[in-house]
Design a protein around this ligand. Structure first.
Ligand code: ADP
Ligand code: ZN
Ligand code: ZN
Length: 677
């Protein structure tokens, strides 16, 4: 039996690379989570290997924790580290259950022996004995007395902390009859090879969720686990409800919004196989599950699948890797799939809405010459419609403030961006770093009191819309509550940022309005077209479900942009054909891999110098290009566009390590983003 355990300490330091050898004590296996002495401190670590002997003097771990990682996750960590130019320790830290949390136990009383004849017991004691087994609570002193007489035993027992979950009712009852398209999709899924990747392209309202549920049912029946990834949970509670309605307690929920205790217990239920379906956002892709038979990525186009910390992983990419390792079938589902998925995955389509209703007609409204945020036709339609959804991807009252006399614009002192005015809170705010200041009454440069507010955000638009408004954006209350209130209302307008376009299923929405379709188009990014298409098409999909006749209005200054025209025809295949052709010509993903390296620092010139040195080490890379100052840090970036992903990642990793070790570039932080969004 191996007597030495190799332990990877969970630290964020880049230079420190484990694993390190320790004495293997009882219960230590690969995946064990331990506390080990490390230098002068104790640190958390994960056992990544077991060996027979070591040439070092070995210390023993201080503690072996109850939770342990499954072996497949331990093996995934170095792959993830290499894939995203990070470290195994950082990857492992994302896989662990919440830190510092233990399982909870409560004392449980059970009978030991029958009372003897004539044994003196009060009526209260007799009642207690008759009610066994029971958890001990306020009656603990009385139970202790019975325990002392040998009548009962008090033992700690695990208590489950269940996640609280706000259910938003779903329109359909349990287990509907499948449509012909759904049945065909399921057959194709059932016939898929282990490890095969499928794209379920279903128009909005085509019943993709029902297909997921049936596929999950089949995997469970075959004794296999199911991983279901969804965009942010708070914004898409409906799919969680549907899984719980259908499968009950075998569904575990895993996300950062849960109380730590509940998250720990859900994690452990998965780890022990007590729960066989995991539903959660991107972080759930690292759920401790074995024998996965099915991995589902719902709304696979959603940008929230990309993690912004280090490692900057993409849950869709990890999901593919895990599915492949487990021989599980992967289903990525969307009405507006990414060009990458369209090109690489086998397509299954649900071309029609479940109820056979046509997709709502979309009218493009040209904003040229229109004053104010709303086109008169949009205003009129909002007056007429009973329930509507209005999308404006901009929080706050107005985008920026200027002095009419001298032209001063209010900017963030830490970032090179203008401050957004939030009227209700009475402040100007930076949406990048969180800086805030009071709304000025006069210009500090010229003392003029005539200040101009430019542009319209959701806060201002709310005051201009006819009828009761339910606002959903980062500033307005709990999303689940706002959605439930809108659902229950007889009339009203759901107004918000892009969250209103996410998979909500309200059967009585008659009208959808995109207030500024150009907003995403203006982004200097090769995904701008794809994003705009998805946003418009997704919002269009929210209208005209169920009994209501629907229609959609799209306001734009670019009525001929392909993304807007194709979205207005609900034509994803048409859009994607053109988009893929454009990407092929320009050599963008999926025909290449992009890697972005950002150098940042407080010294004005240092980041640029580091980026220049980096660029020189990476032949063919683009840059250095200055980025706007963020949180008081100057930034400069280098972009690598490569045909061979693995080779490019390795080269970038080596170049970054070299620059990080070079004393000339001290004080510059390097951040690597593979497949940037
Ligand atoms: P999508 O995710 O494709 O937009 P949903 O899964 O939300 O579509 O389904 C739209 C609506 O149709 C939901 O209310 C759902 O319960 C209902 N539904 C799904 N499949 C069926 C079916 N076979 N028969 C009747 N209703 C269905
Ligand atoms: Zn001024
Ligand atoms: Zn700022």
């Amino acid at each position: 039996m191996p007597r030495v355990a190799q332990v990877e300490p969970i630290t964020t330091a880049r230079v420190l690379r484990g694993p390190f050898d320790y004495v293997r004590t009882d219960g230590m296996e690969i995946g064990s989570v331990v506390v080990v002495p490390f230098g002068r401190r104790d640190v958390l670590g994960v056992v990544t290997g077991l060996i027979d002997a070591s040439e070092h003097d070995l210390a023993a771990p201080k503690e072996v924790l109850e939770a342990s990682l499954p072996a497949d996750l331990v093996a995934l960590a170095p792959w993830m580290a290499a894939e995203y130019c990070s470290t195994p320790a950082r990857a492992l830290s994302l896989m662990l259950p919440p830190k510092g949390v233990r399982g909870r136990t409560a004392l449980q009383a059970r009978a030991l022996r029958e009372p003897q004849e004539g044994e003196r017991l009060t009526p209260g004691q007799r009642a207690l004995l008759a009610s066994l087994p029971r958890p001990a609570s306020s009656d603990l002193p009385a139970l202790r007395r019975l325990e002392a007489r040998g009548l009962i035993a008090l033992e700690p027992q695990a208590v489950r902390r269940a996640p609280l979950h706000t259910d938003v009712g779903s329109a359909a009852g349990p287990r509907p009859e499948l449509t012909a398209d759904q049945a065909r999709a399921l057959e194709e899924i059932a016939a898929a090879q282990p490890g095969e990747r499928l794209l379920l392209h279903g128009v909005t309202g085509s019943g993709k969720t029902e297909v997921y549920l049936r596929a999950a049912e089949r995997a469970l029946a075959g004794g296999q686990g199911v991983l279901v990834l969804v965009p942010e949970i708070a914004l898409t509670p409906q799919i969680v409800s549907r899984f719980r309605e259908r499968f009950g307690d075998t569904v575990a929920l895993l996300h950062s919004g849960l109380a730590a205790g509940a998250r720990y217990d859900e994690w452990l239920r998965l780890r022990r196989g007590e729960a066989r379906i995991c539903v959660g956002p991107r972080s759930a892709v690292l759920a401790p599950m074995e024998q996965l038979g099915l991995v589902i990525v719902d709304e696979e186009h959603d940008a929230s699948y990309k993690h912004e910390g280090d490692p900057r992983y993409d849950a869709r990419h990890i999901a593919e890797r895990r599915a492949a390792e487990h021989g599980a079938v992967l289903i990525a589902g969307s009405a507006t799939p990414r060009a990458e998925s369209w090109e690489r995955l086998r397509r299954i389509s649900l071309p029609q809405r479940v109820d056979g209703a046509p997709l709502p007609p979309v009218t493009i409204l040209d904003l040229v010459g229109v004053r104010g945020a709303l086109h008169p036709a949009a205003h009129e339609a909002l007056v007429d419609a009973r329930k509507s959804i209005v999308l404006l991807n901009r929080r706050g009252w107005s985008n920026f403030l200027t002095c009419v006399s001298c032209g001063r614009a209010w900017e963030c002192p830490e970032c090179d961006v203008t401050l957004v005015l939030h009227k209700a809170q009475g402040h100007l705010a930076c949406h990048h770093c969180g800086h805030r200041e009071r709304i000025p009454s006069r210009c500090p440069d010229c003392a003029s009191v005539s200040l101009a507010r430019h542009g319209t955000g959701t806060e201002r638009l709310e005051t201009e819309l006819p009828g009761p408004v339910f606002r959903l954006d980062g500033d307005a209350g709990d999303p689940a509550r706002v959605l439930a209130a809108f659902q229950a209302a007889d009339r009203g307008i759901l107004l918000g940022t892009q969250v209103v376009a996410k998979g909500h299923d309200f059967p009585d929405v008659e009208l959808g309005v995109v207030v500024d379709a150009d907003q995403t188009l203006r982004f200097p990014d090769f995904r701008a077209e794809e994003r705009t298409f998805a946003l418009v098409a997704q919002l269009a999909g929210r209208a005209g479900r169920g009994a209501a006749e629907g229609r959609v209005l799209v306001q734009t200054l670019a009525p001929d942009a392909p993304s807007i025209v194709f979205a207005s025809h609900h034509d994803a295949p048409g859009f994607l054909a053109g988009e893929l052709q454009r990407r092929r010509v320009l050599n963008y993903p999926p025909f290449s891999t992009l890697i972005r390296i950002v150098c940042s620092g407080e010294d004005p010139a240092a980041p640029h110098a580091a980026a220049t040195a980096l660029q020189a080490r990476l032949p063919g890379s683009l840059g250095p290009a200055p980025l706007f100052r963020l949180r008081g840090r100057e930034r400069s970036q280098v972009v690598v566009k490569a045909a061979d992903r693995a080779q490019a990642v390795a080269e970038v990793g080596a170049a970054v390590d070299a620059i990080a070790a070079d004393r000339t570039h001290r004080g510059v932080a390097l951040s690597v983003d593979v497949d940037p969004q």
